[in-house]
Design a binder for this molecule. Structure first.
Ligand SMILES: [Fe+2]
Length: 281
C-alpha cells in the first residue's frame, strides 16, 4: 500500500477541521437561543401594567432544547414573565408531529406564568383527532386557548388591557372586527395572530400591539441585508420575518420562532424568545 503523502495528510486534516466547524456552526444556529428584549412605551399602558412583562414563544414545531426543553424553560423563567403568549405552530404537522411532546411543553410553560395560546397553520391542518387531543390536554394543564376571543387582563389595582387571540384559519379583518366590536377605542389592546403578512388588516382594527411568528426569520438570514431568504406566504427575500414593525398606531413584534418544519436547518437565524416590557412613560 502506497504511503499517504504529507500534503494529502494535511488536506485531510483541514477537511476534517472544516467539517467539525461546519457541523458545530449548524448545531449552534439551531440550538443557541437568543432573547430579544423590547420596551413598549405608550400612554395607553395603564399604570398598573407599568413594567408588565410579556414573553412570546412561537413556532416550536415539536423541537426539543436539551432534556424536555430545560434550557428554553430556564431562559423563560429568568425573564420573570407576567404573561406568556404562544403564537402557534407549537406542534409540527410535516414529519415529526408529536402531541405528547407539545402538551408536556405547554404544561411546563404554564407553570412559569399564565399562558395564552393561539393556533398556527400547522395545528389547524392536523388530523381532527390529533388537534382535539392537543387542545383538550393543553387546556387541562391550565393554558388558555383564545379561539377568536378576547379576554381582559386585570392589574392588581383593577385596570385592564385587552388580549385578543385570532385562530389561524380565521377570515382576518372581518373576523377581527367582529371580535373587537363593542370594545372601547381607548385602552391597550394586544393581538395574538400567527401570520405577520396581514399586518395591514391588523392595523386597520386599531390594535396597539401584535405578536406574530410563522416566517421563521426567513430560514437563512442574509448578512448585511438584514433579510431572510424565504418565508411561507411571502416567498423569496421576505420583509416581515423578525423584529418590530409599525403601521399607523400598531406595533407588531415578529418572532423568528424556535424550531423548524420541513427544512431542518437555520443559518444566521438563531431560535428566538421575544420579551416585551410595557411602560407607561
Ligand atoms: Fe411555523
Amino acid at each position: 500500500m502506497k504511503p499517504i503523502s504529507k500534503k494529502k495528510k494535511r488536506i485531510r486534516w483541514v477537511a476534517a477541521i472544516l467539517f467539525v466547524l461546519c457541523a458545530g456552526f449548524c448545531y449552534w444556529s439551531n440550538n443557541s437561543i437568543q432573547i430579544t428584549n423590547y420596551t413598549y412605551i405608550s400612554e395607553e399602558v395603564p399604570e398598573g401594567f407599568d413594567g408588565y412583562t410579556i414573553v412570546q414563544l412561537s413556532d416550536l414545531h415539536n423541537k426539543k432544547f436539551l432534556n424536555d426543553n430545560a434550557s428554553l424553560l430556564k431562559k423563560v423563567k429568568a425573564l420573570q414573565p407576567d404573561l406568556i403568549v404562544l403564537t402557534g405552530d407549537i406542534v409540527d404537522n410535516s414529519h415529526h408531529t408529536n402531541i405528547d411532546k407539545a402538551v408536556l411543553f405547554t404544561n411546563q410553560v404554564q407553570q412559569i406564568a399564565q399562558t395564552y395560546y393561539i393556533t398556527g397553520n400547522h395545528e389547524v391542518s392536523l388530523k381532527r383527532k390529533e388537534y382535539l387531543d392537543f387542545i383538550k390536554r393543553m387546556k387541562a394543564g391550565g393554558v388558555v386557548y383564545l379561539k377568536d376571543e378576547i379576554v381582559h387582563l386585570k392589574s392588581e389595582s383593577g385596570e385592564t388591557i385587552s388580549l385578543i387571540g385570532l385562530a389561524d384559519d380565521s377570515l382576518l379583518s372581518p373576523k377581527l372586527e367582529e371580535i373587537m366590536r363593542g370594545e372601547p377605542e381607548e385602552g391597550l389592546s394586544v393581538l395574538l395572530a400567527h401570520e405577520p403578512q396581514y399586518i395591514n388588516f391588523y392595523a386597520e382594527t386599531g390594535v396597539d400591539i401584535v405578536f406574530s411568528g410563522h416566517a421563521h426569520g426567513g430560514q437563512f438570514r442574509i448578512p448585511f441585508l438584514h433579510r431572510g431568504l424565504y418565508a411561507p406566504d411571502q416567498g423569496l427575500f421576505p420583509t416581515l420575518t423578525e423584529g418590530s414593525v409599525t403601521r399607523d398606531s400598531t406595533t407588531m413584534y415578529i418572532s423568528r420562532g424556535l424550531g423548524n418544519s420541513a427544512f431542518p436547518q437555520r443559518l444566521m437565524n438563531r431560535p428566538e424568545i421575544v420579551c416585551v416590557r410595557l411602560s407607561c412613560s
